[in-house]
Design a protein around this ligand. Sequence first.
Ligand SMILES: N[C@@H](CCC(=O)N[C@@H](CS)C(=O)NCC(=O)O)C(=O)O
Length: 238
Amino acid sequence: MIKVFGLAKTWDFPDASPYVCKLVMWMRLAGLEYELSYVPWPEMLKRAPRKSVPWIEDADGTLVHDSQRAIDYLTQKYDIALDWHLTPRERAQMRAWQRLLEDHYYWAGLVQMRWVEDENWAKYKLELAAELPPSPEIDAFFQEIRDYLVGEFRGHAVGKMTVDEVRQVAREDLDALETWLGDSAFFMGSRPTSIDAMVYACLLQTLATPCTSPVVEYARGKTALNAYFARLRARYWR
Ligand SMILES: N[C@@H](CCC(=O)N[C@@H](CS)C(=O)NCC(=O)O)C(=O)O
């Protein structure tokens, strides 16, 4: 059995991290059996090979860190055919969408909302710390993690913008996703491919969040994205 390691079940998400949600959705798309285990903060920092989630442990003990490296490894090892039909140009498009979602939307759409905005951070922290005994040490630890994440956000290009500017670029990402998807059943056409895993993870953490944000409201108004999300959820998640 392949083991996937994440942080914590959060709200209606299999994990707090969209990268873990991506990996478990990919395992479902690929038809691979897996077991999801949680290694919450602060334990995660000691156990994760690169101090971040996800990582996997294959049946033979091989450890692979990073959602995409894990997907590439599993695709090769288990001969996964999800993307076989794609042309080199389509693979290049898929790579560009992956980068938009992971290196831009993650920060603009999700990190600002959950880690930077005070009201949403209060909700998120309660969820992240739900399994831990409340104590001043735990509070101090989460303050440290928040400072670290907000520092990373500020060091990233979008973190130099105002709150409203960041929301605007997140909305632009959603516009691009909606336009690209159009009336396709899946993100690259009529069949599921690897990129559906990250599109699904980002939509899950945007549409199904209890956080309040104009970006969430905007996403909930996107017809094609909502229909796509509901379709994937019904087919692969329930
Ligand atoms: N490129 C990595 C990104 C992983 C990542 O940023 N994980 C976050 C959670 S969403 C994390 O573990 N952050 C902890 C940290 O940066 O200390 C992947 O695809 O796995």
